[in-house]
Design a protein around this ligand. Structure first.
Ligand code: NDP
Length: 338
């Protein structure tokens, strides 16, 4: 059975990664694209060989599709996801799921009520590097995990220097853009949940309208692990990385906070150093693979709707901490959803 997708949003991420990720599966088909502009919808459909171009959500949801991929700007995700769930379509939504964790919880509740699959497109969980780190930790290879460090300050490419740095109302700013990914990857690799965050944000000249273009967070996890994460839009020459330090060893990954299956993971213990080997599968293709399997009743999306609530609740707490100057408790209130 083929899964027919409708794209909600004529976006860069769909063009660069998700269209090919869907088409990489024999059972994945892109049936339609929706843009708020009929001209952009037509042009995008033409450039990407998509048979149907529409400019309203009703037209998209009325088309012969099974699932939607939402990659519009962040303030639009909520209403689009709720409408898609109501129409019985499975929803793979970009991060952050919404502008607030309360709205993200509404999406999870609606998906459960409609019996559809809801996934959050946190691509980094699909990286072989992060999966190998999670497995090494679970196998006890670094002993008891004590602390983690995430280096994810990049330079925002010029073609993306739009709403992310000018529009608070669209969910701009580096925390909703990158911190959500970092805290999700920490949750995944450590297999633990953050309970508290302290965050400093900065605006060094790229972002306007009161938005932050840099952030440093310190996270406390349930088990007692502490972690730091650094996110930025303005550092042209910083590399990325992810480290976890334990009582018996350290995992030191370089160049792994990316959209490509790149990078390396070094395990250092009393026995010496070992480069971990891991698969180099495309991150987005694996995300679609898991999502298709979940639609077929096998397992769940790589990052679920609940995971999206967690990452957004955590980012929300980081923003609150950044503005109040105080540590903030993280409360996804998953228990209150039914
Ligand atoms: P884009 O800015 O490329 O697209 C977002 C929206 O902008 C589109 O839906 C489109 O509206 C509008 N738009 C695009 N081009 C134009 C134009 N020329 N003129 C006017 N409007 C235009 O966003 P991204 O692809 O960078 O991000 C989209 C979503 O995906 C966000 O939620 C983001 O957080 C997420 N994302 C996730 C990544 C991941 O790895 N998981 C990576 C990058 C982004 P319309 O559809 O109405 O035409």
């Amino acid at each position: 059975m083929s899964i027919r997708w409708g794209l909600i949003g004529a976006s860069t991420i769909a063009r660069q990664f998700m269209i090919s990720a869907i088409r990489a599966h024999g059972d994945g088909e892109i049936a339609a694209v929706m843009s708020s502009s009929p001209e952009r919808a037509m042009a995008y459909a033409g450039e990407n060989d998509i048979p149907l171009a529409v400019s309203t959500l009703d037209a998209l949801l009325g088309a012969d599709i099974d699932a939607v991929y939402i990659s519009t700007t962040n303030e639009l995700h909520l209403d689009q996801a709720l409408a898609a769930a109501k129409a019985g379509k499975h929803v793979l939504c970009e991060k952050p799921l919404a502008l607030t964790s309360a709205d993200a919880r509404k999406m999870v509740t609606a998906a459960r009520a409609a019996g559809i699959v809801l996934g959050t497109n946190h691509h980094l969980r699909n990286a072989g590097a992060h999966r190998s780190m999670r497995e090494a930790i679970a196998a006890g290879r670094i002993g008891k995990p004590i602390a983690a460090r995430v280096f994810h300050s990049v330079y925002l490419p010029e073609n993306l220097q739009g709403w992310r740095i000018t529009k608070p109302e669209a969910g701009g700013g580096v925390v909703l853009d990158i911190t959500v990914h970092d805290v999700d990857t920490l949750r995944f690799v450590l297999d633990d949940d953050p309970v508290e965050v302290s965050c400093f944000t900065q605006s060094v000249g790229m972002a306007g309208s009161g938005l932050e273009d840099g952030a440093m967070c310190i996270w406390r996890f349930k088990s007692g692990i502490i972690a730091q994460s650094h996110e930025g839009f303005t550092t042209k020459f910083a590399g990325t990385g992810f480290e976890v330090h334990g009582s018996e060893g350290s995992l030191i990954a370089s160049n792994v906070m990316t959209q490509k299956p790149d990078g390396s993971v070094l395990l250092r213990t009393a026995e010496g150093e070992e480069q971990l080997s891991f698969d180099r599968d495309d991150l987005y293709t694996r995300s679609v693979h898991q999502f298709h399997a979940a639609i077929g009743g096998e397992g769940h999306p790589a990052a679920t709707g609940e995971d999206g609530v967690w990452s957004l609740a955590s980012a929300e707490a980081a923003l609150q901490s950044g503005s109040s100057g105080k540590a903030v408790k993280i409360d996804p209130r998953l228990g209150s959803m039914n």
